[in-house]
Design a protein around this ligand. Structure first.
Ligand code: ATP
Ligand code: MG
Length: 358
């Protein structure tokens, strides 16, 4: 097992002027499950491929443990990668697919069979070892792809959206299996996804990327409770955090006809961030919301409405009681739970309020 260190690691693709991955600094701890998340094109796969040795590093270094692997060929890095399109060999059985890399590496037949069986037991694939991939379900095929990585007993697992070929239900099941398997094996893992729910549920820590730049690294809780900037605030959490223009006042921020406390020293224009579950509906205090639609989800519901601030309309989402809530067309007022008010600098987007105190 090993740590992974990105030290100012940069990738500038030939013929482009802006790095796809720009001076990334990140340390993954030994045995940690780190999720790299961000929107399409932000540089997740590039970062992972740099670690795998499949992409040249144009600046900085990459270390696995204490070893600088920046110029080490992929096969000598002791890593195993699971891709989104994990093409299995159709003419080989499950056992042969799983053992193929070991065969290439010259591992003897008996040891190969032993390691394949061991992985098959972990993945619940024992009874399928003699089948061909076409006779397996999508989820089983995905587990074979995992098996191919596991049998190699690498120092680091790299996974690039390994669940994106599965349907929604299977994705949820498989993500639980992957996290519990990773915990059992204790192998340092870097996992790429664009899905923030996957990131929140699977990662020990999450690294958020945007435009090739690392935005924040922290536990799911850290990112949810104290997003470092407006981008992370809007990206992590569903439905997304409400981000509204406001003004700093002494000891807090303006919020419609009320002001709410916030731990800031700013003056002037700010952006206020409040999660849908941190707004409460009342008759006359705070921001006036016109209700557009209410989505009932049983116990809870989400109210989607709009507010007008300085003559400009903004959408707003409020979590409400699923059985007892305002109706379309109603005008209501909302106020935030004070300790869950996030304040961001209006121009830089950086967080300026203190961490959430609980
Ligand atoms: N071979 C290449 N040559 C030039 N530019 C590239 C190359 N591969 C990727 N890029 C660019 O680098 C940026 C990052 O791409 P990357 O594949 O790392 O994104 P990603 O975060 O994995 O996105 P997705 O979620 O869509 O898979 C993108 O702007 C992409 O267009
Ligand atoms: Mg990608």
């Amino acid at each position: 097992m090993a740590t992974v260190t990105f030290d100012n690691a940069t990738r500038l693709y030939p013929g482009t002027t802006k790095p796809a991955v720009d001076k990334i600094n990140l340390k993954v701890e030994d045995g940690e499950f780190l999720v790299l998340v961000g929107p399409s094109g932000c540089g997740k796969s590039t970062t992972l491929r740099m670690l795998a040795g499949l992409e040249e590093v144009n600046g900085g270094r990459i270390l696995i443990g204490d070893r600088d692997v920046t110029d080490v060929p992929p096969k000598d890095r002791d890593i195993a990668m699971v891709f989104q399109n994990y093409a299995l060999y159709p003419h080989m059985t499950v056992a042969e697919n799983m053992g193929f890399a070991l065969k290439i590496a010259g591992v003897k037949k008996e040891e190969r069979a032993e390691r394949v069986l061991e992985a098959a037991k972990l993945l619940d694939l024992e009874q399928y070892l003699d089948r061909k991939p076409k006779a397996l379900s999508g989820g089983q095929r995905q587990r074979v792809a995992m098996g191919r990585a596991i049998v190699r007993k690498p120092q680091v697992f790299l996974m690039d959206e390994p669940l994106s070929n599965l349907d929604a239900k299977l994705r949820v099941q498989t993500r639980t299996q992957i996290s519990s398997l990773q915990r059992r094996l204790g192998v340092t893992t870097v996992y790429v996804t664009h899905d923030q729910v996957e990131a929140l549920t699977m990662g020990d820590r999450i690294a958020v990327l945007k435009d090739g730049l690392l935005q924040q690294v922290g536990s799911p809780r850290d990112l949810y409770e104290s997003p470092a900037n407006q981008f992370v605030a809007g990206f992590i959490g569903s439905p997304a955090m409400n981000l509204l223009p406001s003004k700093a006042v002494s000891g807090g921020v303006e919020f419609g006809n009320a002001s709410v406390k916030a731990d800031i020293k700013a003056t002037g224009a700010v952006t206020v961030g409040i999660r849908p579950e941190d707004l409460t509906v009342n008759k006359d205090k705070g921001l006036k919301v016109t209700v557009d639609v209410v989505e009932e989800l049983g116990a809870d519901g989400y109210l989607y409405g709009h507010v007008t601030i300085d003559g400009v309309e903004h959408n707003i989402t409020v979590r409400v009681d699923g059985r007892n809530h305002p109706m379309r067309g109603d005008e209501v007022f909302v106020l935030p739970v004070e300790k869950h008010v996030h304040v961001f600098d209006a121009s830089s987007g950086n967080r300026i309020s203190g961490a959430v105190i609980d």
